[in-house]
Design a protein around this ligand. Structure first.
Ligand SMILES: Cc1cc2nc3c(=O)[nH]c(=O)nc-3n(C[C@H](O)[C@H](O)[C@H](O)COP(=O)(O)O)c2cc1C
Length: 293
C-alpha cells in the first residue's frame, strides 16, 4: 500500500486517490463554487453525446431500502454546447477534468471525441460502453469484447489524450471486455458502471421507472466492485479505476489494495457533495496507522 500519499494516473501525480464519478458531479462547476472539490484528484463529467439528449421521463431517481435506482438517460446538452459554453468555464476548475463520452452507435464515440479534441481543457476521457447499444437492440456495447475493442481502437485513432473504458457488470465477461479495451489501446478501464435494477409496485404491478429497469448503486455493492477490480487487475496491465459502493475512507483503501489505481465516488456525493475532503482526510489518517500483519 502506498505510504507516500501520492497516486499516479496517466503520468500525473495526485495527492488524493479520489475521482468524482460521472453523472454525480456535473462538470464540477457547482461543486467548485461551493469549495467542494477539495480532496478530489479529478472530476469525471456527466456523459457527453453527439446530439443533445433530454433524457428519460421522471422519476429519474428512486430511493430503495439499501440503495439508489437511477434512470437519467444520459441527459446532456450535446458536444457542441459542451465545447461552446461548458469547457471554457471548466478551464477554471482547480482539478483536472475527465470528460465522459457516450454514443448510440460505435461511430458516435470517436465522433464526439474528435470534436472534443478542439478544446485544450480536458485531461482525458472516460468512454462509457456500458450504455445500451441502440442498433443491437439495447444490449450494452460493453457486453461484446469485439465491440469494446473496436470502439477503443477508433477512439485511440482520434484522441491525443488518455482514455479509460467504463465497463458494465451486467452482461458478458468484464474480464474479456477489459482485455479487449487494452488490446484496442485504452489507457485504463473503469470497473464498473451501475448494476441493472428495478422496483415494482406490487399493488399496481407496475415498475416505478418509466423504462422499467435502471442503474442500481449502493454501499452494499462494494464487495462486488472489489471482486471485479481484483479479477480485471490480474488480467490486464493498464490501470483499473474502481467505481461502485464507496462511502468510507476504508472502502477506498480496500479498492486500492484490491488493485485499483484510483477510486471513484458517485452516489455518496448526492448525499454529501463535500465528501471528497473528508474521505481524503480519512485515507491519509488511516495510512498513518501502523500496519497490522
Ligand atoms: C444519478 C447517476 C447518474 C449517473 N450518470 C452516469 C453517466 O452519465 N455516465 C456514466 O458512465 N456513469 C454514470 N453513472 C454511474 C456512476 O458514475 C458510477 O459508476 C456508479 O454510480 C457506481 O458508483 P457509486 O456506487 O459510487 O455511485 C451515474 C450514476 C448515478 C447515481
Amino acid at each position: 500500500m502506498d505510504k507516500t500519499h501520492k497516486w499516479t494516473l496517466w503520468n500525473r501525480e495526485f495527492n488524493s486517490p479520489i475521482l468524482l464519478a460521472s453523472g454525480t458531479a456535473g462538470f464540477g462547476l457547482e461543486l467548485m463554487e461551493q469549495g467542494f472539490l477539495e480532496g478530489a484528484a479529478a472530476v469525471i463529467s456527466k456523459a457527453t453525446t453527439l446530439k443533445p439528449l433530454v433524457g428519460n421521463p421522471p422519476p429519474r431517481i428512486i430511493e430503495t431500502r439499501f440503495g439508489l435506482l437511477n434512470s437519467i438517460g444520459l441527459a446532456n446538452p450535446g458536444v457542441d454546447e459542451v465545447l461552446r459554453t461548458v469547457l471554457p468555464e471548466a478551464a477554471g476548475l482547480p482539478v483536472p477534468l475527465i470528460v465522459n463520452v457516450a454514443g448510440e452507435t460505435v461511430e458516435e464515440f470517436p465522433a464526439v471525441i474528435e470534436r472534443l479534441e478542439e478544446s485544450p481543457v480536458q485531461f482525458g476521457y472516460e468512454v462509457n460502453v456500458s450504455c445500451p447499444n441502440v442498433a443491437a437492440g439495447g444490449i450494452a456495447f460493453g457486453a461484446s469484447p469485439e465491440i469494446v475493442e473496436r470502439i477503443s481502437t477508433l477512439v485511440k485513432r482520434v484522441s491525443s489524450r488518455p482514455f479509460s473504458v467504463k465497463l458494465t457488470p451486467n452482461e458478458g465477461s468484464i474480464v474479456e471486455s477489459a482485455k479487449a479495451a487494452e488490446a484496442g489501446g485504452a489507457d485504463a478501464v473503469t470497473v464498473c458502471n451501475t448494476f441493472l435494477g428495478m422496483k415494482v409496485d406490487w399493488r399496481t404491478g407496475k415498475a416505478l421507472l418509466k423504462r422499467n429497469v435502471g442503474g442500481y448503486s449502493s454501499p452494499a455493492l462494494l464487495p462486488l466492485t472489489v471482486a471485479r477490480v481484483f479479477i480485471t487487475r490480474e488480467a490486464i496491465k493498464i490501470p483499473v479505476l474502481a467505481s461502485g459502493g464507496v462511502n468510507r475512507a476504508e472502502d477506498i483503501l480496500e479498492l486500492l489494495a484490491a488493485g485499483a489505481a484510483m477510486v471513484q465516488v458517485g452516489t455518496w456525493l448526492m448525499r454529501r457533495p463535500d465528501a471528497a475532503f473528508e474521505l481524503r482526510k480519512g485515507v491519509i489518517n488511516l495510512l498513518k496507522e501502523p500496519v497490522r500483519q
